[in-house]
Design a protein around this ligand. Sequence first.
Ligand code: CAA
Length: 377
Amino acid sequence: MSFQLSSEQEMIRLMARDFARNELEPNAHKWDQTETFPAAAVKKMGALGLLGMMIPPEYDGAGAGAVSYSLALQEIAYSCASTAVTMSVTNLSCDPLWKFGNDQQKERHLKPLAAGLALGAFAITESGAGSDPGGMITRAVEDGNSYLVNGSKIFITNGGYADTIILVARTGQDKSNRGLSGFIVEKGTPGLIIGRKEDKMGLRASNTVELLFEDCRIPKANLLGKEGIGFKIAMVALDSGRIGIASQSLGIARACLDEAIQYAKNRRQFGKSINSFQAIQWMIADSATEIEAAHCLTIQAASLKDQGLPFTKEASMAKLFSSEMANRVAYRTLQTHGGYGYMKEYKIERLYRDVRVTTIYEGTSEVQRIVVAREVM
Ligand code: CAA
């Protein structure tokens, strides 16, 4: 694996950085406080090619690859972690369409997502099926030339704004993982109801809702691949998704580290800047070192994906380490700020809330350890 970025990767990183610092950073606090979904900024991200980064140009994507995607997402997350998850879930939603969709589905559903003209969502989680999606009960029953879907999905990022939802639901009589199938659900389909908007601890500018399906009729043409492969579709998409959450975590951690350095330089106690104290220096050194380690793991997973090699284990390792690392870095940064870090006027207060979910969504740390243990054993 080369650690040298190509000129194209560096250009994409700088483009994302400019956009994030100019368009997201000045607004992120306000969006968080008012729970505002940054629709205009997300639209601009689409125009910059940030929503379908790993889809080839023949399907209107940026064709930039997973390493560039990780670099760009880190920059977006540095400035606004809420916008980063909106970006990552749309990129994730492109993946099943790209890998399992037929030509017509790619033409109709993938192209607008990859071009950044539409938003995507990924609906597998249910109230009784979180870490164990194989336990889902939302059912799709064949009815003529369509499926009638009944059930509900929770914690759906982008759910209230998504034009295209990748849904996994139970078909047939098989009660195991093999009884699940993947579907494309279009916004506005009768019977698709946008339910409660979640009142979250962090990422308050991202949209997280419940989706209800009440006799929701989905044409058979919207079945992804064939019946029975829904679990596999979800797992394959989550492999890529986990590179995204590792990258989001890295971006938040880098923002925390910069906040710690800045604060420690300016804050004076006992007659000197607190950055002259070894206790503070060691926290900063540990954070900087762990960020570099997480970066290596994440770029390794992304690089394997770009080479078309297996990356399930590496994506889980990257997600596990980066998300836990980012939580430690946020903790140290808040500690460095003392009482001020607990106040909403300091950026670390938002970062500390935003980072918490990274060890939970797209597979908890415990699930990542299951994946890694199975792979290495
Ligand atoms: N790629 C391809 N196939 C895979 C796979 C992968 N990465 N992982 C598993 N499979 C296949 C297996 O080969 C197996 O196939 P066969 O039946 O043909 O043998 C099948 O899937 C079942 O696999 P397992 O026996 O490993 O399944 P399991 O029930 O033991 O579950 C698990 C394993 C890793 C715990 C999995 O359930 C899991 O990842 N859970 C976490 C779910 C999750 O991440 N949810 C997040 C929700 S989405 C979200 O948060 C998005 C958002 O909005 C931010």
